[in-house]
Structure formats: C-alpha cells, structure tokens
Design a protein. Structure first.
Lengths: 355, 387
C-alpha cells in the first residue's frame, strides 16, 4: 500500500526558505516599482459626451481595411484590457493587421449618471458614437466589436439600428443568461434588484469586484497571491502582475438604472433569448441581426460560460454566422500569448472577407 | 526597517537553514539546536511578515471597497483586501512550516491520518480559505450595526427597541420608536440570513477537505505521488473550489445569497431614511432630493434630444416593421434553399475539420470569402428553432 504523499522533508524546508527569500527580494522590487502603465497605443480623441470618449487609434501605417471597427466594451471594468501592455494589446495587433480601430471609453459614472438607462447607453451614447465614426468616414455602416456586456449592447444595437452596422463581432458575450453553469446569474436570481438599486444608487466598483472574487474565492483571494511570491524577484513579471491588478481593481461604478435593467432583463428575465426584451420601448429581436456575425468565446470562461455565448447562433437572424472557440479564459482571450497570435488575425481575416 | 535588515542578512538565513538541515539529516537528538532553529525561524518569519505588512500598508493607503457595506466610520487601517492577502500568505507560510516540521516529515502507515495532521486543527490556510468571503460581509455588518447603535444613542434615540418583536408605541416619539423597532427587526433578519450563508460556506470548506481525500487517493501509485507542499496545496485548492462551486450553484445557496443581500439592503435603506430625517431637521439637502433632481434632469435631457430628432423618426415604427418582415423573408429563403438543393443534389458527407489545436471555428454558412483551413462549415440552424 503506497501513500499519496511523498514529500521529502529537506525539499519542503528548502521550499520554505525559497519562499522567504522571494518575499524578501520582492519587497525591494515592490518598493522601487511605479504604477505600471497600460500600453497607451497612440490615439486621438474624436468624440466625447458627458464622461464618454471615443478614441481613434493610430498604427504605424495606414489601415488597409475600408470599414472602420468600433470596439464597444462592457460598463464593468475599464476598456484598457484591450490595450493592456505593448506586447499584449488586442488594439495594437488589430492595427498591425490593417484594421482602423475606434474604441468607446465609457468613463467612470458618478451620482450625475445615476439615472442613465440602457436606452440612454444603447440608443443614446452608442448610437451617437456610431454616428460620429460613420460621419468621419462618410459611411452608412461600420463594423462593431462588442466585448462581454458590450457585446450584448452591440447585439441589441444591431437589432435596433440594422442599417448602421455592416459586420458584427462579439467576444465573450452572454446571450443565454440561464445556462446551468452561470454562477453570477444564479446568484442574481433571488436578489431584489429594485431594493438593491433604490438603496445603493450607483453600484460601487468595489462591490462588483468583491462579487467577482467570490466566484472562485480560494483561487482569486489566496492562490493567486501565493503564486505571486514566485515572481516577486522578477521585476518584469511582477510589473505585468501589478498591471493586471490595477486593471482588475481600478474599475468604474455602475450607473444604477442601467444596472437595474441589465440584471432584471438579462440576468433574471433572460429576455434577450426569450425575445421579450425592450430597450427604450422598442422590441429587441435578435432575428433582426441579419449582418454577418463572428462570435468569439472562451472555453474556460467562468464569468460568461461558453454555452451562454454559443446560444447566439440559434437566435440571430443572419445567414452568415461564424463562431470561434478560444482555449482560454475571460481575460486570457485578450492578454495571453496565444490570444495575441490567434484572435486579432482571425478577426481581421473574417472582416477582410466581408469588407 | 530593522526587521528587513535582519531578514536580508544572508548569514542568518544560512545558519538557520544549516541548523534545520542538521536536524533532518543527522541522527543525533540535538534537541536544543532544533528549538533554536524553530525560535530563530519563527522570529525570521515574524520579521518578514511585519516588514511586508508595513510595506504594503504604505503602498496602499486607500481602503479597499467593502462588499456590501461601508462602515459609517472607516477604520484608519482598514484595508480588507490587503489584510486578506497577507492573511492568506501568512497562513500558507505557517502551514508549510508546520507541515515540514511535523506531518510531512513523518512516515505514517496511514496517509489519511497524516492528512489529518497536515490539515486538521487550526492549520492555515485551509480554515481561513473561505473566511474572507464568509466573514467580511458579516464583520462589516456587525461593525456597522455597532456604529449605528452608538450613533443612535448619541442622537438621543436611546436603546434600540424591538429586538424581541414589535411592541405598540405611542406618544410624541411614536414614529421614532416604530422606526427603531423596524430597524432592529431588519438587523436581526440580516444577521440570521448571514448566518445561513456562512453555514453554507463552512459546508463548502468541509466538503473541500473530503474531496481532497478522494483526489489524494488517486495519487497513491508510484510516479503519481505528491512530492511537494505546493503540489499538495494546489490539489487542495482544486478540491475546495470544486466543492464551493457545487454549493454555490445549488438552489439553497441561491436563496441564502438573495436573502443575505436583500436583508442587508433593507437595513441600509432604513438607515438612510433615518439619516434623511435628521438631515431634513438640520436643513441639509438629502440624497433623495439630489437623486430626484438628477432623475428629472435626465428626463429633460431625453426630451430635449427627442425634440431635436429629425422627422423620419415618425416613420421609425413602420420602417422597423418592414425590416422585420424583410428579415423573416430572408430567413425563409435561406432555409428553403438548402432543402431545394438537397432535392437536386447528391448528399455529401459533412466536412469535419478541426480549426487548430487552439481554436475551433464553425460557420453557419460559408462566407463569401475563400474557405480557410481554420473554418469548418455547418448548416445554418433552422429558423424554426428560434423561440
């Protein structure tokens, strides 16, 4: 009978000593380290309204794509996940592929934004951003790339403003919110969202982050930081780690009314796939999405389970639907080495074929 | 940073390490050196954690967001995330030390007994793995409750009645008394809901340990054995997360979670009402008033924009209806085409290609673009599947 534990005591003590050494070295590295910067790919402000900004990115050469691509990010977390660091930037890679890239930065809502609704975001802000890009290029329709909640917004927008969207790309976008493995949705369902929003007003970013951490509490609160000790003596890796920490925790509050609607209609009501969703009093029929659609999702996504995204194929009206399953997680799909090699080229090839 | 200076003294580390190797590899009892080693090492560890705590507290002066409650009076050193992080690292380190000195070094006949030694008792980080999530909300809540009671007493509300159930109130302060009773009842309900939630979290912790036993049993064969504390810890994390996920996706958890959030919000709402009453008496604008102004302003902004929208908006519904009809016709045509083709063409075996090791691509209908090796086509879903 063998024992599953075969831990050499001297090796164990060596591991402890290594752990301590790395901690000591890490302190010095941390002390000398500044707040890590994002990639900051050169960009120009082309439109702004309230706290929202539309950025136009500038590549090394002129874009080869005829139709510009507008990235619509989620309201949770900041848009800079798409341009995190020089060698892990989806924006930069899309530029290198020849795309003409715009990005909506929603900003940080405060009390003045408490009453912004999904109608204000989708038929208001997003529509005016699309118009701004269309006007700059004198085009009837442009390409949209929606990410996560921004993907759901983009789907709704395309259904409601079909003539302004040429091609639609969605990344890690939930469509069916009631798949059995959707933990966030599961937790939301017994919440009294009206009481929650009436009480909280805007939803604090810290609370949102806390909920995300509790999806995998041991991994995200403990194991991650134990793993961090291994890279404390490596300034480059430590900087990457801290940059990601900055992105995770430097996140905006959620405008109360938009949050209320999103939870009630999407998470609780699952109205997007039931066909009962209304934005600004107008029905959102995914059957109206007849543009070519590229749906990219992550196979190890704990925030948006793959099945929640896959469902899109059954509901959109297009005859040109492509889906791409990426081996990675919700964040890895933007920042992993594999993502840099695979995702932007796949997006570009798909778009080029439809430009 | 004196602790750091001593810690960085490599001789000290070397000596401590040499002593601990001596205790392991030499047969001599060496009771005193062992004690010395433990004492030295514990001192070393303590210095390290103290230094780390100081370092990180300096770097992160801003308190992290508290989950569902921000205490009315923010503690000066309040940084829950930092504390949890440090507690996690410290717990892991303590456990490694304990395991190396005791359980892991032994050669037991029963590995389950050895596991009990390694994970039992107050061993860290296992007992505190979920403590961050099961107690943070409750602690915040308890702190807030305490602060609120103190504030209420200072404001002349006296002791909070109603904790034993509502009692009739009358006289000049009737409304305040009724409010306080409602508050007490709400706090009790919230504490009970938090207790139910915490019980589920503790169940996840227990089941995580049971799952770990099962996982370890699969590593008994030579060549598959766990040979480092880190590997053992990682295996436990897998087990704990699996157990947690199973419970977190249960209906029982969903109800407990909802109840916890709802009851906490109810308490908070009652607090806000009382605060607003006090503000009104002092002539201070309230949050409700500001919020109402914001709502009206946003409604005005919408009306203003709508009034500037050009006339075609009048036909928007008609155009939308026509588009919907057109989309339905397109779908009908698209579904009719494959059927017609199937009647006239020989059946062809569906191409089953794999995109790459990393990505799989599936098309409803091949795009106009030349097909690439990374793209596999599949028939478009029938519209009849929708809704």
């Amino acid at each position: 009978m063998h024992t599953p534990l075969r831990i050499d005591p001297s090796k164990a003590l060596g591991d402890i000593a290594t752990f301590q050494r790395k901690l000591a070295a890490g302190m010095g590295n941390l002390r000398s380290m500044r707040e890590p910067e994002y990639a900051n790919t050169p960009r120009k402000l082309v439109y702004s309204e309230d706290k929202l900004k539309v950025w136009h990115f500038e590549g090394h050469s002129r874009p080869t794509a005829k139709t510009p691509l507008l990235i619509v990010y989620a309201l949770v977390n900041t848009v800079w996940m798409t341009d995190l660091q020089a060698d892990r930037s989806m924006v930069r890679n899309l530029l290198e592929q020849g795309e003409d890239v715009y990005l909506i930065d929603w900003g940080y809502p405060d009390g003045a934004d408490r009453w912004l609704t999904l109608d204000d975001y989708i038929n208001g802000y997003l529509d005016r951003c699309v118009d701004a890009v269309r006007q700059r290029h004198d085009l009837d329709a442009i390409n949209l790339l929606g990410i996560c909640q921004g993907g759901a917004f983009s789907l709704c927008y395309t259904a409601l403003h079909a003539d302004k969207v040429k091609n639609l790309i969605t990344m890690v976008t939930p469509v069916d919110f009631h798949t059995s493995d959707n933990m966030l949705s599961h937790w939301c369902r017994s919440m009294d969202v009206d009481l929650f929003v009436d009480t909280m007003g805007n939803i604090p970013a810290g609370l949102m982050n806390y909920v995300y951490l509790t999806l995998k509490p041991v991994r995200l609160n403990q194991q991650k930081y134990i793993g961090m000790v291994d890279i404390l003596d490596n300034p480059a890796e430590l900087e990457n780690f801290l940059r990601m920490e900055r992105w995770i925790f430097d996140s905006p509050d959620q405008a109360g009314e938009a949050f209320r609607q999103f939870i009630k209609d999407f998470y609780q009501g699952n109205k997007l796939v039931k066909g009962t969703l209304e934005i600004g009093g107008k029905p959102v029929d995914l059957g109206m999405v007849t543009q070519p659609v590229l749906n990219i999702f992550a196979e190890q996504d704990h925030l948006v389970p793959p099945d929640a995204s896959r469902a899109m194929g059954k509901h959109v009206g297009t005859t040109d639907y492509t889906q791409l399953a990426f081996k990675g997680g919700h964040i890895g799909i933007y920042v992993s080495g594999r993502a840099q090699r695979e995702v932007p080229p796949a997006i570009h090839q798909w778009l080029r074929a439809r430009d | 940073m004196p602790g750091l200076v001593r810690f960085e003294n490599d001789d000290f580390v070397q000596q401590a390490f040499a002593r601990m190797q001596g205790t392991l590899y030499e047969d001599a009892p060496m009771a005193d050196p062992t004690n010395d080693f433990i004492r030295d090492y514990q001192a070393l560890a303590q210095q390290s954690w103290d230094a780390w705590t100081r370092q990180l507290q300096q770097q992160q002066a801003q308190p992290a967001g508290n989950p569902f409650f921000t205490p009315p009076t923010t503690p000066a050193s309040g940084n829950d995330t930092l504390e949890r992080t440090l507690a996690g690292l410290k717990g892991y380190f303590d456990w490694m030390q304990g395991a190396a000195a005791g359980g892991a070094a032994a050669q037991p006949t029963d590995w389950r007994q050895q596991m009990q030694q390694l994970f039992g008792g107050a061993s860290q980080p296992f007992t505190q793995a979920f403590s961050g999530i099961d107690s943070t909300g409750a602690e915040g809540f308890a702190r807030q409750w305490q602060s609120w009671m103190q504030a209420a007493q200072r404001s002349g509300f006296g002791d909070l009645p109603g904790t034993q159930g509502p009692t009739p109130a009358f006289g000049l302060n009737r409304e305040q008394q009724m409010q306080q009773q409602a508050m007490s009842a709400a706090v009790l309900a919230s504490l009970q809901a938090s207790a139910r939630y915490q019980a589920l979290i503790q169940r996840a912790n227990t089941q995580g340990m049971e799952r770990l036993q099962g996982k370890l049993a699969q590593h008994a064969e030579p060549g598959r054995q766990i040979d480092s504390l880190k590997a053992l810890y990682d295996l436990w994390v897998d087990a704990a997360e699996e157990a947690y996920a199973e419970i977190a996706l249960s209906d029982e958890f969903r109800e407990a979670y909802g109840e916890m959030v709802n009851t906490q919000m109810h308490v908070r709402q009652l607090q806000q009402q009382q605060t607003e009453q006090m503000c009104q008496q002092l002539g201070v604008p309230t949050r409700s008033e500001v919020s109402s102004l914001g709502e009206r302003l946003q409604a005005l902004r919408r009306e203003f924009r709508a009034s500037r929208t050009p006339a075609p908006e009048d036909h928007a519904d008609e155009i939308m209806a026509m588009r919907r009809e057109l989309a339905a016709l397109k779908r009908q045509l698209a579904s009719a085409a494959p059927a017609a083709a199937a009647r006239t063409a020989k059946p062809v075996a569906p191409a089953k290609t794999r995109a790459s090791a990393a990505a799989k691509v599936a098309n409803k209908v091949p795009a106009a673009a030349p097909r690439k090796s990374a793209i596999a086509s599949k028939p478009r879903n029938s519209p009849s599947k929708r809704k």
